[in-house]
Design a protein around this ligand. Structure first.
Ligand code: NAD
Length: 252
């Protein structure tokens, strides 16, 4: 009788997750460790990253500001190897084009777009040594227009484009894929509710649930499972792919 090997194992691999201290990043760190990987939790919020690292085996916390090259290169210099890079750190902004101030637009481009360039470039030599897997966290906002999200849609469209472009330049040397979630209930959403809808949270939560035809928001763990799959040997044939996980949002 043959013994079934557990699927989607990542034993012996080392991963770095940007924005790994909260939400989708945190769930991803937990899932990758569960799959057998060791993880570097890279976040601007070191205290939170350390708190998570202390709760996980085979995890270390580092402070990284994904908009600052020196901060990223300091982390790269500490790593002996890297098999998996999850470009997850990101921020939101609400407003149509008339309401997006230039400094807000620039900040979003820096945190959501330039970061992917800076972090991927700094980690490239390590990733090329291991035929590494890069997972970019995009959004449905990179695929379809979302009302009142001019700057955010712009940045996530760029993440989609960077994913495909990298896959074309490194078809055999790397695997590069992009996950495009619908609304996922994380501190990112809580922050949005607090900032823009503090007095009508319940109504807004109902609206956010209804954006997904399935009738609810996603869970960070559901996105994390997809990251795990993309980094596993089972996904060896996948590169340059965009994977939606959105409760049917973009099917309409
Ligand atoms: P979150 O706010 O819960 O976590 C983001 C993490 O990124 C935080 O730990 C924060 O400290 C860190 N971070 C922010 N700026 C940073 C910087 N300059 N350098 C390093 N770290 C920084 O957010 P989340 O909901 O888990 O979102 C993670 C990613 O998923 C983002 O790219 C977001 O755009 C994307 N996404 C989220 C949703 C959603 O509905 N939550 C949907 C689609 C895509």
């Amino acid at each position: 009788m043959s013994e079934a090997k557990e699927a989607f194992r990542l034993d012996g691999k080392h991963a770095l997750v940007t924005g790994g201290a909260s939400g989708i990043g945190e769930a991803t760190c937990r899932e990758l460790v569960r799959a057998g990987a060791s993880v570097t939790i890279a976040d601007i919020n070191l205290a939170k990253a350390q708190q998570l690292a202390s709760a996980l085996p085979h995890a270390q916390a580092v402070q990284m500001d994904v908009t600052r090259r020196a901060s990223i290169e300091a982390v790269a210099a500490q790593l002996a190897r890297l098999d998996i890079l999850v470009n997850n750190a990101g921020i939101a902004h609400v407003g149509n084009i008339a309401h997006v101030e230039e400094n807000d637009f620039d900040r979003l481009m820096e945190v959501n777009v330039k970061s992917v360039y800076l972090v991927t470039r700094a980690m490239l030599p390590l990733l090329l040594e291991r035929r590494g897997s890069i997972v970019n966290i995009g959004s449905v906002a990179g695929l379809v227009g979302v009302k009142q999200r001019f700057a955010y849609c712009t940045t996530k469209g760029a993440v989609v484009a960077m994913t495909r472009q990298l896959a074309v330049d490194y078809p055999k040397e790397l695997r590069v894929n992009c996950i495009c979630p619908g609304t996922v209930y994380t501190p990112f959403v809580e922050g949005y509710l607090e900032k823009y809808h503090a007095h009508e949270k319940e109504t807004m939560i109902a609206e956010l649930n209804a954006r997904q035809p399935i009738g609810r928001m996603g869970k960070p763990e559901e996105v994390a499972s997809m990251v795990r799959y993309l980094c596993s040997d089972e996904a060896e044939f996948m590169t340059g792919s965009l994977l939606t996980i959105d409760g049917g949002w973009t099917a309409a």
